[in-house]
Design a protein around this ligand. Sequence first.
Ligand code: ADP
Ligand code: MG
Length: 397
Amino acid sequence: MAWKTLDDMDLAGKTAPVRVDINVPVEDGRVTDATRIEKIVPTVKDILAKGGKPILLAHFGRPKGQRVEGMSLKVTLPALEAALGTTVTFAEDCIGLPAKTAVAGMQPGQVVLLENTRFHPGEEKNDPQLAAAMAALGEVYVNDAFSAAHRAHASTEGLARLLPACAGRLMEAELTALEAALGNPERPVAAVVGGAKVSTKLELLGNLVAKVDHLVIGGGMANTFLLAQGVEVGQSLAERDMTGTAREILDKARETGCNVILPQDVVVAREFKAGAESQIVAADACPADAMILDAGPQTVETICATFETCKTLIWNGPLGAFEIEPFDAATNAAAAKAAELTRAGALISVAGGGDTVAALNRAGAAAGFTYISTAGGAFLEWMEGKALPGVEALEAE
Ligand code: ADP
Ligand code: MG
């Protein structure tokens, strides 16, 4: 791992622009979920403890390069101050006089929050002039926004190339977990890929098939794989135009020696609603008027037995339509097994993805995982094997 951390930087008396992700949900002018704000606290406190002066850079919403009243970061101030336990000074612009004045007036122990970087069109264009104006505010750049690292923006990529740069604590934790899961994992490695559609996870499947020992395919996308093998799936969600692609993935798996685990048995129902009458049938016995909504108990057994032989697990996508009972059963059982093995020290488990995080929380298993990534798109792009510009810029330093 070639990137620096806060441990490698001399911050005493230095001003540090810190890219954070505090793009939190807001209703009626109040932050309704401060999770993202709480996650940056260790980084900000560490910088303060080292005698540094943190100035926070962040985006908020999608103002598309214009100053939009309702997208000011000012709304996050009370939640930031509460989380940090210190006063935070707000600057009405992330560059220029407002920013310079706020930074010049900083007292030890104080934090400055700069206005939404995306109010400037140069942010998303990675404009070197905007990056230079941000760089002029400080001496050491800290990137703590892994979730924004898949975008080469002025505050994520450009700035990293202009100042000595390092990863913040949250970025460090994320990179360490991801490196352990897929960069240089302990084998055997299992991956679970589920969710709705093959078409949204093609690159993901293509990358994983070449890297993992076992690939569990679940959710709606498993139906497309069943079709690819000539198995009819009734009214199930499936992409008939993707069966060729599914077959190619299975061929690639055969070449690389990746063991693909598809449902052997499935839970079917005629309606997708709570309490709908459901049945367990063999995967090739879905009635023509029914749809597959979850993996069956035998499949779950196979998945759990596979987890037991593995040292590393990476998970994106639920195994069934987990939002509605009883179609959450396979996801819950497999997640509980992964958490149990992780707690016993037998497994390193990393999961991410919007619905995946919701499903693992619902299963009560999230806390048992080694690492749950809330980075969304950046996590997926990393799982797809893509280079993340925000991380690459840290490595190059
Ligand atoms: P993530 O957000 O974690 O990447 P996805 O968005 O790919 O996950 O997939 C989650 C969605 O897949 C959920 O809404 C879930 O209901 C749906 N899903 C899973 N299995 C099925 C199925 N058999 N039939 C229909 N939808 C399914
Ligand atoms: Mg989703």
